[in-house]
Every structure is written in C-alpha cells, then in structure tokens.
Design a protein around this ligand. Structure first.
Ligand SMILES: Cc1cc2nc3c(=O)[nH]c(=O)nc-3n(C[C@H](O)[C@H](O)[C@H](O)COP(=O)(O)OP(=O)(O)OC[C@H]3O[C@@H](n4cnc5c(N)ncnc54)[C@H](O)[C@@H]3O)c2cc1C
Length: 313
C-alpha cells in the first residue's frame, strides 16, 4: 500500500485514535491542534466509558491500557429515582464474550495515554497551538493562523462538534442544535463515599449506576481505581434550576454551585441526594446535535470528517 502524508485537524479522542490507526497502516501523520496544551482540550467532562469494541481497536493501534488507573465495569444498573431496581445487566462475562473488558477511565488519563502513544510513534507529529484557518481541498493543504501552509495527500477533519468545515463539505449550514437537555459534569473524591455505609458500594462495586427520574437521569461510576466518583446528570432545560444557559451564541458551559443541584434533586433517593450534597462547584454543559449529514467526504476524496464533527453523541 502507498504510504501517504496525512493531516489530522484536531487532537481530541477522534483525531488521536485516527492518527494511531493511520500510522499503524504505514502512513505519516501530522496532527494540528489549536489548543496550546492538552489540559485545555481534555476538560470536557471527567469520566469516559471504554467498551470492549473501543478497547480492542485501541489496543490493536498500540494503546496499552495497563499504563493507566481504571475500573472494570461490573455492568449497568438502572434504578428509579426513589431507589427501586429496574434492571441489572451483569458484565461478568463481557471479556469472555467480546474479547476485552469494559473500562471506566478519567478522560484526561485517556487523552494522555493516546498522546503518549502517538508521541512514541515516529510516524506521528503532534503540533499544538496550530489552529487551522483555511482548507484547500484541491492541493490538498490547510493554512494555519499566522499564514503557514501545511500540505498533505489527505486531510482528516476531526475538529469536533463546532467543526468549521462541516458546512462547506455538505454545501449547507449545519449548525449544532440544542437537544433541549443540559448535562452536569461532576467529579467527587471517593473517600467520603467509602466512609458512608449507604454509599460505599458505589465505589467498591464498580457498576455504572443509572438513576432514572422525571425530566432527568443521573449516571455514576468510579474512576482511577476507586479514587474518584464520576457523576453525569442530564436534565431537560424546562426542569433545570437556576439561570438557564443561553440559547444562542457560544455559551456552552457555565460553572455553578451545588445549591441548585440540591434543590433540583431534593426528593430523589438518598444516594442521589447525598451525591448532590457532596458536589462542590460543577459545570453545566449544553448538549447539542445536528441533522444527519449528506457527505462525510469531499467529492474529490481528499478530505473526510471524523468523530463529533460528523456524528456527535
Ligand atoms: C455527556 C457525554 C458523555 C459521553 N460519554 C462517552 C463515553 O462514555 N464513551 C465514549 O466513547 N464517548 C462518550 N461521549 C462522546 C465522546 O466524548 C465524543 O464523541 C468524543 O470526545 C469526540 O471526540 P472528537 O475528537 O471527535 O472531538 P473533540 O473532543 O471535540 O476534539 C476536537 C479537537 O479539535 C480541536 N480543534 C477544533 N477546531 C480546530 C481547528 N480549527 N484547528 C485545530 N484544531 C481544532 C479542538 O481543540 C479539539 O481538541 C460522551 C459525550 C458526552 C457529551
């Protein structure tokens, strides 16, 4: 197979994984990331679930999960907002059935692992502080802020949900649209949970807990081998407490104190109430989506969209 010079725009999970996969196939990859350092680009929420399919692909591209602290998921539990068990999906046979375990990871740890793996690969160059301003799909090439032109054989646009190039590739505006939901991303130390007999099981038995209630649900699981507990709460805008996130413009996140949270969940089961009370300042995120795309690839085949730029969760 011909070895290509490939430009990857964006060093999120998508861009980094694509770089590793392309390098594995013998291509040379230049990753252009607008953030100056990885701390800036890895703050999007604390926990991430890595199921066996992602695990197996990542491993085949050289990612070694033994280098990070993680928790092996025991399964998914769905509980109603008053604490009644609705469904328990046991994952004890997952590794046997699918060939890899199901992990809970800290997002920053996953990004660091991917970056370290990419930096050890002589076929991959990561350039931070390199914001792509213009695309030329004929050459193909990209122009960075400051005017530098970077040429390649192929461009992978992994620039996230606010992709600057999705519209051009599709010939119509495809702005992110508000789903009507807000996500609260919360991380608390696990020790206070371990000290509370009613809460300790959440850390000791790493199930992904899902508390389902009116106009919202909460998900919780431990991170870093039981050092931290990750909580994601999704609620509808209509049932959100406090000042709403702006509907328009660039306001996608905002820091809040836990008083809104305690008020919003005051009549939920003790586990959710206690998790809310343990929360300090946390971030609210607007959740967004967009119409299904007509095109993921340019007509001449020199550029392709990847990840949240074309299929956000
Ligand atoms: C609440 C929530 C929970 C989730 N949980 C999970 C989960 O458990 N498991 C899972 O697999 N997925 C999960 N996801 C989805 C997953 O987080 C995303 O799909 C993934 O992070 C997207 O990665 P990406 O690389 O496509 O985009 P991003 O992470 O957005 O990366 C885009 C990168 O491009 C850079 N960039 C943007 N524009 C430019 C430019 N012009 N020039 C250079 N660089 C640029 C940005 O700085 C950024 O680093 C979740 C998502 C949400 C919202």
């Amino acid at each position: 197979m011909q070895s290509l010079n490939i430009i990857v725009v964006g060093a999120g999970i998508g861009g980094l994984q694509a770089s590793l996969a392309l390098a594995k196939d013998g291509h040379r990859v230049t990753v252009l990331e607008s953030a100056k350092a990885f701390e800036e680009s890895s703050q999007v929420g604390a926990g991430i679930r890595v199921p066996p399919n992602s695990h197996k692909l990542s491993t085949s591209w050289g990612v070694d999960f033994s280098k990070v602290k993680k928790d092996v998921s025991m399964g998914n539990r769905f509980v109603d907002w008053k604490g009644k068990m609705l469904l328990s999906l046991d994952f004890s046979d997952v590794e046997k059935r699918y060939g890899a375990p199901y992990y809970f990871l800290h997002r920053a740890d996953l990004i660091k692992l991917l970056v370290d793996t990419a930096q050890e690969n002589e076929r991959i160059t990561i350039r931070m502080g390199s914001r792509v301003e213009k695309y030329d799909f004929e050459t193909p090439a990209v122009t960075l802020v400051g005017g530098e032109v970077v040429k390649g054989d192929l461009i992978v646009c992994a620039d996230g949900i606010k992709s600057a190039i999705r519209d051009e590739i599709n010939g119509r505006p495809l702005p992110p649209q508000d789903t009507g939901d807000v996500a609260y991303r919360i991380l608390v130390p696990a020790q206070p949970l371990l000290d509370d007999p009613e809460m300790a099981h959440l850390v000791k038995n790493p199930w992904a807990m899902h508390w389902m209630g009116p106009e919202g649900h909460a998900v919780g699981y431990p991170l870093r081998g039981g050092e931290l507990y990750n909580i994601i709460i999704d609620v509808t805008h209509a049932s959100d407490c406090g000042e709403p996130l702006a509907d328009e413009g660039q306001i996608w996140k905002s820091a809040r104190s836990n008083s809104e949270l305690v008020q919003r969940f005051h009549d939920w089961c003790p586990e959710v109430r206690k998790l809310c009370a343990m929360t300090g300042e946390y971030l609210k995120w607007k959740l967004a989506d967009f119409d299904q795309l007509d095109h993921w690839v340019t007509p001449n085949g020199t550029a392709a969209l990847l990840g949240d730029s074309c299929h956000p969760m």
